[in-house]
Design a protein around this ligand. Structure first.
Ligand code: CP
Ligand code: NVA
Length: 339
């Protein structure tokens, strides 16, 4: 591992071809992203996060203008280990690799020897000999971290029980597109204190944003994530409030964000969760408290009639399809910078 860390510190030069799709060139702190894992976003500086967002916006513009995609990842292969279902994450990473000239390999965790007891460490060592990067969707964040520890290639969190960092980057790109900026906006998250909520906490803290969260008392964000976010927020000036009242959280909100009430792996709790979360539905009544031009975000998949009503998610305030599209542009930015 020390050798790997040293390698990474030496990786100060951005891939040459990438400069072709940049407007200016990266700010100094973003130059060392090659080889870096993306496990929670807590490991990224605010400048690096902003750089990923800016590059994603630039790559999106290029695609919209029909400019040729870059071949920045020509000859590179991304492995994608999934222990849970996925539509957006899987497809956006695969297409991103294709657009960047590389190749993506989908690996259902059950088909790997991992499923038959091969250790995470051995899997990481072996895959590092074939691949140039790994996206992993799993349950325990610890498993992801162990894999990253033993892998010689960058590991990207494609969702764990604790975090969903790539999703929240796409959310922030979408907010920037609709609102022109991030700072000074009021973001309100209503629902479960889950992986998406945790990534929102960390990223909002990093970027100095204003974030109000409302969850039922029984389903708050994890204490350790709140503590980490508050610690980061003290350095960045971010304002974070964790409440139980959805109405208070969305007062004057510029952005309302929600997610499913029952995440993957929690299916056995569905009935009791539906009951506890019923007052946290994003519906016409709740959004009356928000600014008239608020936007609504949901990482999807959505359950109309549960966490959000159809008139909101299919209505004029919803930015969810652009949010889903932005997964592609964010993945391209991440991959081109770290691989
Ligand atoms: N939002 C998201 O991660 O969707 P998938 O589960 O379809 O990848
Ligand atoms: N919180 C949800 C997000 C799905 C993309 C889950 O983990 O299932």
């Amino acid at each position: 591992m020390p050798a790997r860390q040293a390698d990474r510190q030496d990786s100060s030069v951005m891939v040459d071809n990438l400069t072709a799709c940049q407007t200016g060139g990266p700010p100094e702190p973003a130059k060392n992203l090659k080889g870096k894992d993306l496990l929670s976003l807590a490991e990224f500086t605010p400048a690096e996060i902003k750089y990923i967002l800016d590059l994603a916006a630039e790559l999106k513009q290029r695609q919209k203008k029909g400019k040729p995609q870059t071949s920045v990842l020509a000859g590179k292969t991304l492995g994608m280990i999934f222990q849970k279902a996925s539509t957006r994450t899987r497809v956006s990473f695969e297409v991103a690799m294709y657009h960047l000239g590389g190749y993506a390999l989908y690996l259902n965790a059950n088909d790997l020897q991992l499923g038959r007891g091969e250790t995470i460490a051995d899997t990481a060592r072996v895959l590092s000999r074939y691949l140039d990067g790994l996206v992993v969707r799993t349950y325990a964040q610890e498993d992801l971290e162990e894999l990253a520890l033993y892998a010689d290639i960058p590991v990207i969190n494609g969702l764990s029980d604790l975090y969903h960092p790539c999703q929240v980057l796409a959310d922030l790109q979408t907010i920037q597109e609709y609102k022109g900026n991030l700072v000074g906006l009021k973001l309100a998250y209503v629902g479960d204190g889950n992986n998406v909520c945790h990534s929102l906490l960390i990223t909002a803290a990093k970027l100095g944003l204003l974030l109000f969260i409302a969850t039922p008392e029984e389903y708050p964000p994890a204490e350790k994530i709140i503590a980490l976010a508050r610690h980061i927020a003290r350095q960045t000036g971010s304002h974070i409030e964790i409440l139980n009242s959805p109405a208070k959280a969305v007062v004057n909100a510029d952005v309302i964000i929600t997610d499913v009430w029952t995440s993957m792996g929690q299916e056995a709790e569905q009935k009791q969760r539906r009951k506890a979360f019923a007052p946290y539905q994003v519906n016409t009544e709740l959004v009356k408290h928000a600014k008239p031009d608020f936007i609504f975000l949901h990482c999807l998949p959505a359950h109309r009639g549960e966490e959000v009503t159809a008139d909101i998610i299919d209505g004029p305030h919803a930015a969810v399809w652009d949010e889903a599209e932005n997964r592609l542009h964010i993945q391209k930015a991440i991959l081109s910078l770290i691989m």
